[in-house]
Ligand binder design. Structure first.
Ligand code: GDP
Length: 331
């Protein structure tokens, strides 16, 4: 039975990846800080096969102990401060966890078992935010980075240190440059889920409007469930490498609103949306659009869920959840 250790187990991707790997017969371990993460209970209920181990991305010795205890075949480093807006408010914390956390995890892998006969394979969750003020469109594995937030800068460090450990120590370390990927499990702070959740609540009469920031930026949005498969595929290759994972389509926030509002039965979303500079960023990423040709050719990976299907799945899930919440408050 193969063993996998996942950091960021309570996040959207950690939850999908854990399910995917359990489905493939893996024994899956999730790294948790051991203190009251509000999502811990949920993750336990959702995936009873999952085992939790204590450790913190800011504490190397705890990571070494976790890797020693688990003896994993594969390590997936998904743990990070992942919200761009927050990274402007807590840049040092972001650099420590999202950036240096990668180095610590790589060190733990190198020290415990990166060099044995059957070396631990390592996946780093890199991000399209590294492209930032994009130098070319679409973005590929060779597009230069120009990050626009402390989050993006920290991810660039994480990416380069992963490549460096591969080249310097021969680690089987791969970096997946994942474009935005969403799902009903996306945090409510991200614009997609904020919109689908708000429209569900507007539909049910719980609120009147939603307040957003810049509506003109464009993102390449895919379904998180599709993207975790790409992570796994990268670690099944003989050689470690870097891959862009994206749909190749880009849509503005306005277009997202068009689709979501139509699903909720509104022809025009403008009366439902307010704008507030509070939700704008000091520096913005205007447009992201990925070219995942390499992943398609080498990994045989392609996205399955379309943009419209993604928005519909998220909206319907929010509508159901909000309805249930309303009903239980009546009882
Ligand atoms: P990101 O691409 O990782 O920053 O993902 P987000 O979902 O947080 O943001 C995507 C885009 O939506 C960015 O260009 C934001 O500036 C824009 N946006 C507009 N209004 C909002 C808002 O109210 N919340 C968030 N999170 N983003 C917003």
């Amino acid at each position: 039975m193969k063993r996998a250790l996942i950091t960021g187990i309570t996040g959207q991707d950690g939850r999908y990846l854990a399910e995917f790997l359990v489905g493939r017969g893996y024994q899956v371990f999730g790294l948790v800080r051991g203190q009251n993460n509000p999502k811990l209970e949920l993750v336990r209920d959702e995936n009873p096969a999952l085992e939790l181990v204590e450790g913190d991305l800011t504490d190397l010795s705890s990571l070494i102990a976790a890797v020693e205890q688990v003896q994993p075949d594969e390590v997936y480093n998904l743990g990070a401060v992942s919200f761009v807006q927050l990274s402007f408010k807590q840049p040092e914390l972001t650099a420590d966890i999202t950036g240096l956390g990668v180095l610590r995890m790589l060190e733990a892998v190198r020290i415990v078992g990166g060099m044995q006969d059957n070396p631990i394979r390592f996946y780093q969750a890199s991000s399209s935010e590294m492209f930032g003020k994009v130098r070319e469109t679409p973005q590929t594995e060779t597009t230069p980075f120009h990050p626009r937030s402390p989050y993006g800068v920290a991810k660039v460090f994480g990416h380069h240190i992963t490549v460096n450990y591969r080249e310097a120590y021969g680690l089987h370390a791969s970096s997946g440059i994942l474009f935005n990927h969403e799902s009903p499990r996306r945090g409510l702070e991200f614009v997609t889920r904020k919109i689908t959740n708000a429209l569900a609540r507007i539909k049910l009469g719980i609120q009147d409007s939603v307040t957003l920031g810049n509506l003109d930026s464009a993102r390449d949005w895919g379904f998180a469930g599709d993207y975790v498969e790409a992570m796994w595929l990268m670690l099944q290759q003989d050689e470690p490498d870097d891959y862009v994972i994206a749909t190749g389509e880009t849509h503005t926030i306005r277009e997202f609103l068009d689709v979501a509002a139509r699903l909720a039965g509104y022809d025009d979303w403008k009366p439902l949306v307010q704008q507030d500079p509070r939700f704008e960023r000091p520096a913005e990423v205007d447009l992201l659009m990925g070219d995942a040709s390499k992943a398609r050719e080498k990994l045989g990976w392609k996205p399955r869920v379309s943009f419209e299907e993604l928005v519909a799945t998220m909206y319907r899930s929010d509508l159901r959840e909000e309805q249930l919440r309303m009903e239980s408050s009546w009882r």
